[in-house]
Design a protein around this ligand. Structure first.
Ligand code: AMP
Length: 542
């Protein structure tokens, strides 16, 4: 017998309608490329998104057609999120930090029909304008009086002209919930980026999970600042969770340096923010060197790469900001695990709690996970054994855009490429990317632990641990270190810093000091570049 409940499709437009109806006066504040701070409400967002949906139709974007953005976090990007997907087209948010060749590859592969961009990226767009084969219109996200002229893009359109020309009367279509909504490409450190095509249904289910208290924990009483870009896996779902919960949104635009972020935090009363560790490092440096405090910030979600325990300690102990460590992937929309405490942890001391926070966290409902040995056998969740991390769930990719079949799945599970352990309480801890694992004498050494220890040293700004060739052990860990400006520490002092913190044989064999560590387009350390740089490195053989 079937249940007898209403069947309404899960659509992103319903989030916007909800926000408009129930949180119409809630604010969205954006730092703009025009140089000012713009503010309006969810009612304004909904009205302009309807105008934009009419504008997209007027540009003849086909049903299911792809529309690209190269844009910062801001209200116009929000309008594009809702108007493009809600009207049955697909929004392809491209990472502007990628190389022009990769941006071109993505735009062609996605067959984008229109490209909307912030004028920060005009030089990039000009350099690819005659290479992207399917783009028919280029639209600058800027006020009319600030429109640039471009000899390379003669028919450049102004976003505000397009919106203004349209009526705000538009009925969001009742699409099938399996319809594609957005398309994100993996940051792919090797090979071409791969497209992950999210549906309205997967996005809505992900939003429910993301907003939960033990996930990102969003509420109508929150002021949320997504530092994580809207061009990186939909800013971890915050543009949707904000509409679902009616939270105030504060969008940082291009101002991602510590000073600009801090000013916005304080001026707008931000209570919660989310971003990658490298951005938080910039913010902490600014706050520390100027003797500042956070007056409203209570919680920060940190993910994208491992959050060093030293950063957790600084936030919690020095600034009274609670750190929520999270793990995800483009292929997971992105949320997989979030490190929220259980009741038993609340009674523990700070050190014990911080040991929990070093882990990437528990699976959010909707994602199932397990670890397996190289032969595919499931390993126990004993917090000791490490294995390849597999996941499946409502918002996990089943196949990449334009790829045939589900050949990359293992018995219906998605292999994440991460190596992890899971403890009996269900907390997962990433020990490495499978490509980054150091294999010493047949045993695995996880590089993340080694990096976290080095990052806790006061002289170290950033540390990467990579495998270096060794005549006896095959591979041994080499610690590559970038020091803080003006700081000094010797190789031996750094290696001695590992004493008692880790099994003796895990201690790196040597330290290489570098001026900078290469970062990818999403702020992750590019260890394959370091491996290339140090491929002929001779470790000292004692
Ligand atoms: P992306 O698809 O660009 O978001 O990259 C996903 C990858 O980032 C994951 O497979 C992990 O290797 C890494 N990652 C994300 N969050 C974390 C985290 N909290 N700790 C360690 N690695 C992470």
């Amino acid at each position: 017998m079937n249940g007898q409940m209403m069947q309404l499709p899960l659509l992103t437009s319903s989030l916007l309608v909800h926000a408009q109806r129930h949180h119409s006066d809630q604010e969205i504040v954006s730092r703009r490329v025009e140089g000012d701070v713009h503010r309006y409400t969810y009612a304004d967002l909904a009205r302009r998104a309807r105008q934009l949906a009419n504008a997209v139709a007027a540009l003849d974007v086909t049903e299911g057609g792809r529309v690209a953005t190269l844009a910062w976090n801001g209200y116009r990007h929000m309008e594009l999120y809702y108007a493009v997907s809600g009207s049955g087209r697909v929004l392809n948010t491209i990472n502007p930090r990628l190389h022009a060749d990769q941006v071109t590859y993505i735009a062609d592969h996605a067959e984008n029909e229109v490209l909307f961009f912030d004028i920060t990226f005009l030089p990039l767009v000009e350099s690819i304008a005659d290479r992207v084969s399917t783009v028919r219109h280029f639209v600058a996200l800027i006020d009319k009086d600030k429109m640039p002229s471009s000899s390379r893009i003669p028919n450049l359109l102004c976003y505000e002209d397009l919106v203004e020309a349209q009526s705000a009367s538009y009925d969001w279509p009742m699409l099938d919930e399996q319809t594609a909504a957005t398309l994100c490409y993996t940051s792919g450190t090797t090979g071409n980026p791969k497209g992950v095509l999210y549906s309205h249904r997967s996005t809505l289910l992900h939003t429910f999970a993301a907003a939960l208290p033990d996930s990102l924990g969003c509420s109508a009483a929150d002021v949320i600042l997504p530092v994580v870009p809207m061009f990186h896996v939909n800013a971890w779902g915050l543009p949707y969770a904000a509409c679902m919960t009616g939270a105030k949104l504060v969008m940082p635009g291009a101002g991602l340096d510590g000073k600009s972020l801090y000013e916005l935090f304080e001026a707008e009363g931000v209570t919660m923010a989310a971003g990658v560790p490298t951005v938080w490092q910039g913010l902490l440096n600014h706050v520390q060197s100027n003797g500042l405090k956070f007056s409203t910030m209570r919680r920060t979600v940190i993910g994208g790469s491992a959050c060093p325990p030293a950063m957790v300690r600084t936030f919690e102990q020095d600034y009274n900001v609670h750190v929520v460590h999270a793990w995800g992937m483009t292929e997971l929309s992105p949320l997989g695990t979030v490190c929220a405490f259980k009741a038993k942890h609340l009674a523990q001391n700070a050190e014990q709690r911080q040991a929990v926070q070093a882990k990437q966290g528990r699976a959010v409902f909707g994602v199932d996970m397990k670890i397996v040995s190289p032969d595919g056998a499931e390993l126990p969740c004993d917090g000791v054994q490490t294995g390849d991390l597999l996941v499946r769930g409502h918002w996990v990719v089943s196949r990449y855009f334009k790829e045939e079949g589900e050949g990359h799945l293992q018995d219906g599970w998605f292999p994440t490429g991460d190596v992890a352990k899971i403890d009996p309480d269900g907390y997962m801890q990433i020990t490495d990317r499978s490509k980054d694992v150091i294999k010493s004498g047949g045993e695995w050494i996880g590089s993340i632990d080694l990096e976290n220890i080095a990052m806790a040293h006061p002289a170290v700004a950033m540390a990467a641990c990579i495998a270096a060739k060794h005549p006896k052990w095959d591979e041994r860990p080499l610690l590559v270190v970038m020091l803080k400006p003006g700081a000094q520490v010797t190789r031996d002092e750094l290696l001695a810093f590992y004493d008692g913190k880790i099994a003796k044989w895990w201690t790196p064999d040597d330290v290489a000091f570098v001026d900078s560590i290469p970062l990818g387009a999403t702020g992750k350390m590019l260890k394959h570049r370091l491996r290339e740089q140090f491929k002929d490195y001779h470790l000292p053989t004692a």
